[in-house]
Write a new protein. Sequence first.
Length: 232
Amino acid sequence: MKVASLISGGKDSLYAIYVALNHGWNVKYLVSLIPKREDSWMFHSINIKLVSDIAESIRIPLLSKETCGEREKELEDLKEILKDLDIDGVVSGAIASDYQRERIGKVCDELGLRNFSPIWHKNQEKVLKHQINAGFRILIDAVSAEGLGREWLGKILDESNIDNFIELCKKYGINPSGEGGEFETLVLDCPLYHEKLVIKDMEIIWKKDHGYCIVKSIEKERKSVTDVIKSF
C-alpha cells in the first residue's frame, strides 16, 4: 500500500505515520500544508516551519505548499499537491474531527484515493498514553482552554504528568487529543526519528487566557540505530 501522510509536527499526525509503518504500508511522501493565516480551518500553523526538520529526521520526502487557510479553498491546495502522486491513499491523524476527516475524504474521493485515518474514533486517552509509552516526546506548544493555564505551556507530556493531564481534561471537559483546538503539540522525538529535536531557543507568549510557544532554534541530536523504529 503506497500512501502519502499528512504531517503537521503534532502528536496525532506523527502517530498516524507510526501506525501506518507498523502495518507495513509504504509511506512514500509526507505532505504539509502551510497556512498563511493562524486560524486555518484545516491545518496546523504553530511551529509548522519545523516540519522540514522532522521530515529530514524521518527520512521520508516532504512535499509542502502554502495554503490560503480559508475555509473550503484550502481543500483545493491539498488536492493540487496530491493529484499527481503515485499513491493508493492518504493517511491523516484525524481522531475526532468530522470536519477534518470528511474534507480529506472528499479530496480523496475526487482523486480516486483511499482515505486512511488509523486512529479515527479510538479512545483518546488510550491513544495519548500509547504515544507516551511508545517513546513520543510531546511538547505542548499552544493552550487555549479553561483549565490549561500558563504552567502547561512549553511543558513536555511524559509518564510523570500524563495522568494528571488526563484528569484535568476530564474536569474541564477538554478534548484529551486537543482536536478541538484546546491545545496543540510538537513532537520532539519518537521512534520514527533518526535525530531528536533539541530546543535551543524558545519564546513563550501569553495573552490573558491563552498562549503559544515559538521555537526559534533547534539542534538535531543523532540517536542510536536501536532507538529508531524497525520499519526503517
